[in-house]
Design a protein around this ligand. Structure first.
Ligand SMILES: Cc1cc2nc3c(=O)[nH]c(=O)nc-3n(C[C@H](O)[C@H](O)[C@H](O)COP(=O)(O)OP(=O)(O)OC[C@H]3O[C@@H](n4cnc5c(N)ncnc54)[C@H](O)[C@@H]3O)c2cc1C
Length: 426
């Protein structure tokens, strides 16, 4: 390969978008530098299963270096990008800097507390493995404290789990906690009674899964209720402090509060000095470029993008991957047509053998939707080892209600994604 004239492409983020882009540029006459602050690619759609102890972190993550072991044109840097200078075409990292001819930002999003970052300490969100482990450890520690509790009031507080946000992540978390708490943990704690476990899902709107058809939203609500989840709709959270959630419908005392109510783009987008939407995503043009910068692209959850028909492209994994393939094509072959999003549908799981899915005009619920969901999630896991492990864990969990990922290894773990401690300097 003649390295002298190769274009230098720098990709920030090895999530769904960045990884797919690097794969599309693999073994091409391009020097790719793929930067991520973590050493692994994470399959976020199954993160809630790590948080609820159904899976281990290694089941849903893969080391980035191994993925590109046989890719001589792809250099991996494990570091955090902290600022960008589009004039000198340089990305500054925590340690050192990298120059580019083309820059593609795929740093994703993180949870947003709508200006109330102080809530994060009491209500962690779910975005990284460290978040999932923190939630998992809180869950198991609460059972331990409840088992030892001399006061009824403390016991009830430790056995109350509040999930804020009724979108797919909130629904999945609520269903998984209800199942794990009642079926997996309860038999190991002889002093806890089933009716003492309270799982409460709150949402400000009048429906769960707002983007889904009404019939599937209603099904989701009744499926969760049958699993023992109390669904409180039209309930807006106004404050979260230690063990207390305040809403317009009263306060809830709970030792476990999980935030699944909002997202905002990576703060790195601010470094681009370009127009952003209200959740901080860069507003990109039809080639995924930021206006006035033909060599800077933003893809995935950090981009606000409309497709040919003027419809907003959703912030989901398939959209990030399609945008990545499109940008690879622009870099390799030049600009041609408008980015076109192919909607492959949406799905959310509720619990064992219960899910909802919308694929074109085909709407399904219950076992059929769950089988589709399981098949698709196994299929898209990054490597064969993960597929095999997840499949065997699920079969075991399905048959025995028992999960192996229940160790407490670091009760004082801190979330890496602590909003107040981000090192990004823009
Ligand atoms: C809990 C959860 C469940 C989800 N479930 C589904 C689902 O079922 N189906 C679905 O389609 N989508 C789902 N999503 C959404 C989906 O995961 C995202 O849409 C998708 O990951 C977006 O891809 P991305 O490449 O934009 O960002 P990401 O996949 O988030 O990747 C961003 C990467 O950038 C890295 N990074 C960020 N900032 C920096 C920096 N400054 N320097 C270096 N590296 C950085 C991060 O470490 C990360 O690896 C879910 C998301 C979550 C959190």
């Amino acid at each position: 390969m003649n390295k002298i004239n190769n274009k230098r492409v720098v990709i920030i983020g090895a999530g769904f978008g960045g990884l797919e882009l690097a794969k599309s540029l693999n073994k091409k006459k391009i020097d790719v530098t793929l930067i991520d602050r973590n050493n692994h690619h994470l399959f976020q759609p199954l993160l809630y299963q790590v948080a609820s102890s159904a899976l281990s972190p290694a089941d849903i993550a893969a080391p980035i270096r191994s993925i590109f072991r046989y890719s001589p044109n792809i250099k991996i840097i494990m570091n955090e990008a902290v600022s960008i200078d589009t004039y000198t075409q340089t990305v500054r990292l925590n340690e050192g800097s990298v120059s580019y001819d083309y820059l593609v930002l795929a740093p994703g999003s993180r949870h947003s507390y709508f200006g109330n970052n102080q809530w994060e300490k009491f209500a962690p969100g779910l975005k990284e493995i460290t978040d999932a482990l923190k939630i998992r450890e809180n869950l198991i520690e609460s059972f331990e404290r409840a088992e030892m509790s001399a006061s009824r009031h403390d016991k009830q507080k430790n056995l109350t789990f509040v999930i804020v946000g009724g979108g797919p992540t909130g629904v999945e978390m609520a269903g998984a906690i209800a199942e794990i708490a009642r079926r997996t943990l309860l038999p190991d704690y002889p002093l806890i009674a089933e009716n003492e476990i309270k799982v409460i899902l709150v949402d400000a709107s009048s429906q769960l899964l707002g983007a889904y058809p009404d019939a599937l939203s209603d099904y989701t609500k009744s499926a969760l209720e049958n699993m023992g989840v109390e669904v409180r709709l039209n309930t807006r959270v106004s404050d979260i402090s230690e063990n207390v959630v305040t809403t317009n419908n009263g306060t809830i005392e709970a030792a476990n509060v999980i935030w699944a109510a909002g997202n905002e783009a990576s703060p790195l987008i601010k470094c681009l000095d370009t127009q952003m939407d209200k959740i901080g995503r860069a507003i990109v043009d039809k080639y995924m470029n930021i206006p006035g910068n033909e060599n800077v692209f933003v893809i995935g959850d950090s981009a606000f993008c409309t497709d040919e028909d003027g419809k907003e492209v959703p912030g989901i994994a398939p959209a990030a991957m399609q945008q990545a393939k499109f940008v690879a094509d622009v870099i390799l072959h030049g600009k041609s047509k408008h980015f076109k999003y192919r909607d492959k549908g949406m799905m959310a799981t509720i619990g064992k053998a219960k899910a909802v899915s919308v694929i074109g005009k085909f709407h399904s619920k219950g076992l059929i939707a769950w089988l589709i969901w399981s098949f698709i999630h196994i299929f898209f896991l990054i490597d064969f080892r993960n597929r095999l492990f997840v499949m065997s864990e699920w079969i075991w969990f399905y048959l025995s209600n028992n999960s192996g990922a229940r160790l407490i290894v670091n009760g004082k773990r801190k979330s890496k994604e602590n909003l107040s401690k981000s090192k990004v300097e823009c």
